[in-house]
Ligand binder design. Structure first.
Ligand code: SF4
Length: 473
């Protein structure tokens, strides 16, 4: 093969450089993994660092952590693949000192150290703050649905169960009708047997579903997932999936994930203040601006944020059906603060009448006595008079709307911020998303993904050498 670039002779004694360190580039991300974890006080984070008094010595948690962080950084998440990589990957040999635990030991480490791994993820965010990567005051909060290890057919809600039982019943009826016809003609005994077998199978399936139904109805949310009991059926982009709703608070400048939380609640309505408060605590700020989409709009949550020094920017959902019916919508009524009255499109005043409680909220009711003689009543109400409701803390919502009006590009910032992290992590996870089952373990898996994502992002922004220097300083 003369004239071509030639490789080394594999039988020679010095094929590899003499030091394994020469195989790892100076700016390789694996060096960040190594230095970052070496610098951590892992016993303070909850890992067990005391060696066993008797029996076989165990692997140090720092070594196991390095193995995992490297794995998630390079899209090697399964314990079996990590075991293989530790035996053949030169960077991993360098990182672990050529230690190669078996897959069971690797899997157990992730399973047994969930909370501590979460703290490692947080420590890296703290490092990013120290590096000046989180100086921006705007944080975007968003949720995304991730698939669980649970097939849709192995998840039952009341509606699904009803549908499946009805389908089975219809099939049994159909076969019974066919069986009656076969019996009547007495022409084909084999066909009769086949139909009887099918009916027996369907009855067995019905009995199995009935047992699941009992378990499903015992659950507080009347839902049952057979493979991953914590996974829940949720809507994602118009279709249904069984999975988890992962919440994140993302920095709008460098798109680093400041805080994250895995939940199995299908909507975002109760997530705004917990995520915003977590982000504020991590950033150690007195105040914080938080932007979110209309799925997070919840008066109580906005109020809790305001009380915690967090300014929210989020649009109001369009829930009123009046406009579609050709009637004045709520925006046509102006609240007159000093009089505690509303002014309607006919320039009449709607006075306060009484306060009632609705789903735990105190709601004030207003209406006018002039409706019966109003010339534009047909455009306003189909009832005797138009009633307007106002939450007792509606001033909180008015301030939130005023903030959003002053910052019209907040929604564009939100979109540009939150799509990057979730898109990247999902592409790393592949089509199946989570590999582990149950909420605590899935949360650990997510923390490792977030840590790997943040590490890669910080390296892209600052470069390996600067990060290494900052950690060593
Ligand atoms: S119907 Fe009543 S509330 Fe509506 S515009 Fe007329 S007076 Fe105002």
């Amino acid at each position: 093969m003369s004239g071509f670039i030639e490789g080394e002779d594999r039988t020679q004694a010095t094929l590899f450089p003499e030091r394994i360190d020469d195989y790892v580039a100076e700016d390789s991300p694996v060096r960040v993994v190594d230095v970052f974890i070496d610098d951590l006080d892992v016993s303070g984070l909850g890992f067990r660092t005391e060696p066993n008094a008797t029996g076989r010595p165990s692997y140090h948690p720092k070594m196991m952590l390095k193995l995992y962080v490297y794995g998630y950084l390079n899209q090697v998440q399964s314990s079996r693949r990590l075991e293989r990589e530790a035996q053949r990957n030169v960077e991993l040999m360098w990182l672990t000192g050529r230690l190669a635990p078996d897959f069971k030991t690797i899997a157990d480490f992730r399973k047994d150290n969930g909370e501590a791994i979460r703290m490692v993820c947080r420590s890296f965010v703290m490092l990013c703050r120290k590096l000046g990567l989180l100086n921006n005051t705007m944080v975007a909060i968003d949720g995304s649905k991730f698939k669980a290890v649970n097939n849709r057919d192995k998840n039952f809600t009341r509606a699904k169960m009803k549908r499946r039982l009805a389908e089975l019943e219809a099939s049994i009826d159909r076969y019974l009708t066919q069986l009656t016809e076969v019996d009547a003609t007495e022409t084909d005994e084999d066909k009769g047997q086949v139909l009887e077998d099918k009916i027996a199978q369907l009855r067995e399936e019905t009995a199995r579903l009935k047992k699941h139904e009992v378990r499903m109805l015992e659950a507080p949310d009347k839902q049952l997932s057979l493979t991953d009991p914590d996974a829940r059926s949720m809507k994602s982009r118009g279709t249904g999936m069984v999975g988890y709703n992962v919440q994140s608070a993302v920095d709008s400048q460098h798109h680093l994930i400041i805080a994250h939380e895995v939940t199995n609640v299908g909507n975002d309505r109760s997530q705004l203040s917990p995520m915003a408060k977590q982000a504020k605590a991590v950033l150690q700020r007195e105040t914080l601006d938080v932007v979110a989409d209309r799925g997070y709009y919840n008066g109580d949550e906005i109020r809790t944020c305001e009380q915690a020094g967090i300014d929210t920017y989020l649009p109001k959902p369009k829930t009123s059906s009046n406009k579609a019916k050709g009637l004045f919508d709520r925006a046509a009524f102006t609240y007159i603060d000093e009089d505690d009255e509303y002014e309607c499109p006919a320039a009449e005043r709607l006075s306060y009448r009484f306060t009632s409680s609705e789903r735990g909220k105190d709601i004030r009711r207003y209406w006018s006595s002039a409706c019966s003689r109003c010339s534009i009543k047909t455009q306003c109400t189909t009832g005797d008079n138009r009633r307007v409701s106002r939450w007792v803390h509606a001033d909180v919502l008015a301030r939130a709307q005023a903030r959003l009006d002053k910052q019209p590009d907040a929604m564009r910032v939100r979109r540009a911020t939150v799509e990057h992290p979730f898109g990247t992590i999902k592409s790393w996870m592949g089509a199946t998303h989570f590999q582990m089952k149950t909420l605590p373990r899935v949360s650990t898996e997510m923390s490792l993904h977030v840590l790997a994502y943040n590490m890669k992002r910080a390296i892209n922004v600052l470069g390996t050498k600067e990060i290494l220097a900052a950690i060593r300083a």
